[in-house]
Write a protein that binds this ligand. Structure first.
Ligand code: NDP
Length: 245
């Protein structure tokens, strides 16, 4: 198992929980974000304090949808820790909109962040992994990438794309000793769902056999399992409380 992990979109929510999991397990961790400097600073300070991670945790701002910024992200990450053995493509955005209201900008931002972001980061990480014949990549999709969600056509399309990218890349990189897997979470208790009312959240819980939202740490556990397993590749693990079976 490698020792340097880069997690995109890790200033809050699922990405932050993934960072905590890898810090707990002794990794050097790079967390990334694109917009909210204050939130990223708070999270950075909290994780350093909680995991005694001074010198083991760095935070780099970069928009994953922009290939130039991703190039710089990896350059800076390498300057700090050296090469990256574990890449977690977690950065994502969501939006509820009728299909007919989706604008060009909505579509491009959705695909850019959720799907092109994975492509950009994989492209930077993989040449080193191929050279050393070792690497672990996990891409964060969604259960909606498997079954599709009404009012989230662009989100569902981007997340289905992430699953296709994962499976194809797993086939291409298997011979180089690199595993590529995907987690496809159900509804998780993060700010991404803060737009829903209490009644809407209760309705989601009602539809979920386990009767509640997932916790970010439960997705982090699934991600960690996938990077710990040497014989699992091209798989989609969907911790969703039974919402999609
Ligand atoms: P949050 O909104 O809580 O966090 C998203 C993170 O991504 C933040 O750190 C945000 O920081 C960062 N981010 C957003 N845009 C970019 C960008 N262009 N470049 C780099 N970083 C970016 O989301 P969650 O933690 O809930 O979601 C994490 C992942 O899990 C996403 O891919 C999401 O689609 C997926 N998911 C979430 C589910 C849920 O119910 N919460 C269900 C299924 C999947 P900043 O805003 O500062 O850029």
């Amino acid at each position: 198992m490698g020792e340097n992990v880069l997690i995109t979109g890790a200033s809050t929510g699922i990405g932050k929980a993934i960072a905590a999991k890898y810090l707990e397990n002794g990794f050097n961790v790079i967390i990334n974000y694109a917009h909210d400097d204050d939130l990223a600073s708070e999270t950075f300070a909290e994780l350093v304090r909680k995991y005694d991670a001074f010198g083991r945790l760095f935070c780099i701002k970069a928009d994953v949808s922009d290939s130039k910024q991703v190039e710089r992200l990896f350059y800076e990450a390498r300057e700090v820790f050296g090469e990256i053995q574990v890449l977690i493509n977690n950065a994502g955005i969501a939006q509820d909109k009728l299909f007919t209201d989706i604008t060009d900008d909505d579509w491009n931002e959705m695909i850019g962040t959720n799907l092109t972001g994975c492509f950009n980061c994989c492209r930077e990480a993989i040449p080193y992994m191929v050279r050393v014949k070792y690497g672990r990549i996990v891409n964060v999709s969604s259960m909606w990438g498997i079954v599709g969600a009404s009012m989230e056509v662009h989100y569902s399309a981007a997340k289905a794309g992430v699953i296709g990218l994962t499976k194809a890349l797993a086939k291409e990189l298997g011979p180089s000793g690199i595993t590529v897997n995907c987690v496809a979470p159900g509804a998780i208790d993060t700010r991404m769902n803060a737009c829903y009312s209490e009644d809407e959240i209760a309705a989601i819980c009602d539809e979920t056999p386990l009767g509640r939202l997932g916790k970010p740490s439960e997705i982090a556990d699934a991600v960690y399992f996938l990077t710990s397993s040497d014989f699992t590749t091209g798989q989609v693990l969907s911790p969703n409380g039974g919402f999609v079976i």
